[in-house]
Design a protein around this ligand. Structure first.
Ligand SMILES: Cc1ncc(COP(=O)(O)O)c(C=O)c1O
Length: 470
């Protein structure tokens, strides 16, 4: 498919601008462009077709099942989109006087109250633009807290080996040394190893519960107690909150700081790179360290300072509030219960066909290991993932978490029907049979996708992000 720049023909265009209704104000020479801006010039019809073709070539929640583990690709109710597009919200400017944007201020206040209730926190900032940004912000709070107490010796952050890669990355960005805490054979934190790792240099622990292998760590109160007793703080990675909303709160598990991925749990389409929102909540004793532009507050002298302009991605917060108000407390709980039910339904249906990495009742996602299948047939997790594309299903997350070999991590979410789950189970069973009967056919899949087997390493190492006009 040609790029929009390749379709460009000089002189063609789609823009018809209305006559200006303000006096012309010539730009100072120094600010003027030296050469014309190289925008693609295409007719409206071709422009429309170009983007429609791109949309057809990609897979979204509206095109089919999307069980991408750790990403919560659930259906986002259309009503939330409609409300986010109301002109009073969509047209607001962050610099307009607060008295002309009282509705927006109210949205932020209500969202803060609701999400504090869901997480068991006391205050929240909406500045961070995504989960990883929230992690970094949360770690800055932890750092500021220790510094304010004059404790400069706490230079290490503990991170379980099952953690999402952004956890150690955020800790390193915040200037911490990362200490890896191994998991036990049950997939949960090894308490002995944790006890051995904590000490006077521990600034904190980052943990997600349920963790990235889809298991709820039943020792969570003990884990947070161990870290607190050593003088560290506990950070909750809320990316997996879809499993526990309305059922268990990080604040009650002993966590001091939490980020949420609003774009996952609370209704915002994502997957194409944004927009996201990673609000950070904290207990009252950390409130003064939150970024500046908190509602109703002036920048505290102890604030870590702004981490993003204004109030973050406001429209994502707005959608989250609409979602929470639509479902209500019992609805949120039911959503999580169904997310867990759907994951267990699929896991049990697949148990006899694929090896499960941990054969326990799972939470909202489960991890299969295709190590044995690969050994017996040569068919890898990648091959099975590619095979699913031909069944119109987005592959599960592959090769993550790193502690599971040949991993496929499946997160069906609560919004899928039993029929959809059954179809996906059947597709996975068919692929397992194909692996044994015609392994070479599976190496050649997908047969129907517009792009078949891209060079993923090449794409990561030598990304082509610019059009070469020459
Ligand atoms: C467990 C976990 N933590 C953190 C993140 C980072 O979130 P984001 O992609 O919004 O930066 C993810 C994203 O997939 C995740 O799964």
């Amino acid at each position: 498919m040609q790029l929009i720049f390749e379709k460009s023909r000089t002189g063609r265009g789609s823009a018809i601008l209305p006559p200006s209704d303000v006096p012309a104000a010539p730009l100072p020479q120094a600010l003027r462009r030296q050469a014309p801006l190289r925008l693609p010039e295409v007719a409206e019809c071709d422009l429309d077709r170009h983007y429609a073709a791109l949309a057809r070539r990609s897979h979204g929640v509206c095109s089919g099942f999307y069980p991408l583990g750790s990403c919560t690709m659930k259906y986002n109710p259309r009503i939330d989109e409609e409300l986010a597009q109301l002109p009073g919200f969509a047209g607001v400017h962050p610099l307009q006087p607060a008295r002309t944007a009282e509705g927006c201020v109210e949205v932020l206040k209500e969202a803060e109250a609701a999400l504090c209730e869901v997480t068991g926190m006391d205050a929240m900032t909406f500045q961070p633009a995504a989960g990883a940004h929230g992690e970094f912000t949360g770690l800055l709070l932890i750092q500021a807290y220790h510094r304010a107490r004059g404790d400069a010796a706490r230079t290490k952050i503990l991170v379980p080996d099952s953690a999402h890669g952004t956890n150690p990355a955020s800790a390193a960005m915040a200037g911490y040394a990362v200490v890896n805490v191994p998991s036990g054979p049950d997939g949960c934190v090894d308490l002995q190893a944790l006890r051995a790792a904590v000490g006077p240099d521990t600034a904190g622990l980052m943990l997600t519960n349920p963790n990235t292998v889809g298991l709820f760590d039943g020792n969570i109160l003990e884990i947070t107690r161990i870290v607190h007793e050593a003088g560290g703080l506990c950070y909750y990675d809320g990316a997996n909150l879809n499993a526990v909303m309305g059922i268990a709160r990080p604040g009650d598990m002993g966590f001091d700081v939490v980020h949420l991925n609003l774009h996952k749990t609370f209704s915002t389409p994502h997957g194409g790179g944004g927009p996201g929102s990673g609000p950070v909540g904290c207990k009252a004793f950390l409130r003064d360290f939150l970024p500046d532009s908190r509602l109703g507050g002036h920048p505290g002298a102890q604030s870590v300072g702004q981490v993003r302009a204004f109030y973050g991605n406001f429209a994502v917060t707005l959608r989250a509030l609409c979602y929470i108000l639509t479902l209500g407390g019992p609805g949120l709980r039911e959503a999580s219960e169904n997310a867990v039910l759907n994951a267990n339904y699929m896991m049990h249906a697949l148990k006899d066909t694929y090896d499960m990495a941990y054969d326990h009742t799972c939470m909202h996602e489960f991890v299969m290991t295709l190590e044995k299948l690969k050994h017996e047939t040569g068919v890898s997790a990648l091959d099975v993932a590619k095979g699913l594309l031909d069944a119109g299903i987005h592959p599960p997350t592959m090769y993550f978490p790193l502690i599971v070999h040949e991993a496929l991590m499946v997160e069906p979410t609560e919004t899928e029907s039993r029929e959809t789950l059954d179809e996906a189970v059947q597709a996975l069973k068919d692929l397992a049979r194909e692996a044994h009967e015609h392994p070479e056919a599976l190496h050649a899949r997908p047969l129907t996708a517009p792009v078949r087997r891209p060079d993923e390493v090449g794409a990561a190492r030598n990304p082509k992000l610019r059009f070469d006009f020459a």
